[in-house]
Ligand binder design. Structure first.
Ligand code: FES
Ligand SMILES: [Fe+2]
Length: 360
């Protein structure tokens, strides 16, 4: 039972992965004619939606002297830098330099700001952050939730955790912190052994369809109400997604949890839930939202406490099957980086179905 990661895998720790779509903001938070500033993978980004609804994302640094343009104005078509008033269109091209005398021959649209591909799916705005190869042609499709039908309800929650990019992702796929971090839901007194089957999927792995754990009370109520069985599938996908789909007859509930690096000790957690059915549950949206906030708040506190320890740069141990998803994450990450560096196809570290056993 090895506790250590190989040197190649260790080398990839904490560096965020480029060459993927990352969630920026939920669609409803960017109305037409507005802009918002955000930081992702340490990049300053300005996200705009023009009056017609078209999205644009650009580097939030004016090419003149580096002023963040997000401190300026957006009239729904052009962004104006607050320092000397240079104006940029939605393609990041400079359209006006007010200090230049009229009638000059200087073509200001030769000056531009770096832009990022932007898309909108499942109520989320995504940015493609290219790797060193700057490879954006052709772009992979933006992520989509595997929803069985049109959702009846949904909600979205974002929080910022104090953690490294890797700890943010590992927190999404750690199967055994529940009885300690979320003890009100699953106490350590009721811990028991679990067996789960995992299989490789493109750029990730899947916990194959399984029944809810014996100690997950509320899910058993759903089985009783809908005549069960309830099955759950959980996918992890590079760089940062945990996607869960629960189905019981015609009723389904899906959620996606993502950890996007903001800086080296900060990650934005985005949780989106979608469901169909459960019409009988009064205030269902409010109840699920409140429960989710409680869970995420507990994880947030755990990460904050972990960050206190990480300041001393301790080494980590990866022990037994419970830590196997974390090991696979590091291996997937290393395999992706290797493929980028060598140009060779992605060599998936998980070759076949594997059964893992742990107690939680
Ligand atoms: S710094 Fe932006 S216009 Fe001068
Ligand atoms: Fe958790």
């Amino acid at each position: 039972m090895s506790q250590l990661l190989s040197p190649e895998v260790l080398a990839s720790r904490s560096a965020p992965l480029f060459g993927f779509w990352y969630p920026a903001v939920p669609s409803h938070r960017l109305r037409p004619g507005t802009m918002t500033a955000l930081k992702m993978l340490d990049l300053p980004i300005l996200l705009c939606r023009d009056r017609a609804g078209t999205l644009a994302a650009m580097r939030d640094l004016c090419p003149h002297r580096g002023m963040p343009m997000s401190f300026g104005r957006f009239d729904g078509e052009l962004v104006e830098c607050p320092y000397h008033g240079w104006q940029f269109d939605m393609k990041g091209r400079c359209q006006r330099i007010p200090a230049l005398p009229e009638g000059g021959s200087f073509q200001c649209d030769k000056i531009g700001v770096a832009t990022y591909p932007v898309e909108e799916t499942d109520g989320m705005i995504w940015l493609y952050l290219a790797d060193d190869r700057g490879n954006t042609d052709p772009l992979p499709p933006a992520p989509r939730m595997p929803l069985p039908s049109e959702p009846r309800q949904s909600f979205h929650i974002s929080l910022t955790y104090t953690c490294t990019p890797d700890d943010g992702v590992i927190g999404l796929i750690d199967p055994v912190h529940g009885p300690y971090v979320h003890s009100w839901w699953r106490s350590d007194a009721r811990m028991h052994e679990k067996t789960k089957i995992f299989e490789p999927i493109p750029h990730g792995f899947r916990m194959t369809a399984h029944r809810p754990a014996k100690n997950s009370g509320p899910f058993h109520w759903i089985e009783r109400i809908y005549g069960g069985p309830l099955s759950t599938t959980i996918d992890f996908l590079l760089p940062n997604q945990r996607v869960e789909l629960m189905q019981c007859g015609s009723v389904w509930l899906a959620n996606r949890l993502m950890s996007t690096p903001v800086s080296d000790m900060e990650c934005r957690i985005d949780f989106s839930a979608y469901w169909c059915g459960l019409h009988w549950l009064p205030f269902g949206n409010l109840i699920f939202r409140t429960l989710t906030k409680m869970f995420l708040g507990q994880d947030e506190r755990a990460m904050k406490h972990l960050a206190v320890g990480l300041r001393h740069k301790p080494s980590s141990m990866f022990l037994g099957d419970a830590d196997m998803p974390a090991r696979w994450y590091y291996k997937l990450k290393a395999a992706h980086l290797e493929s980028v560096q060598t140009g060779r196809p992605f060599d998936h570290p998980l070759k076949e179905r594997v059964t893992l056993r742990w107690r939680s």
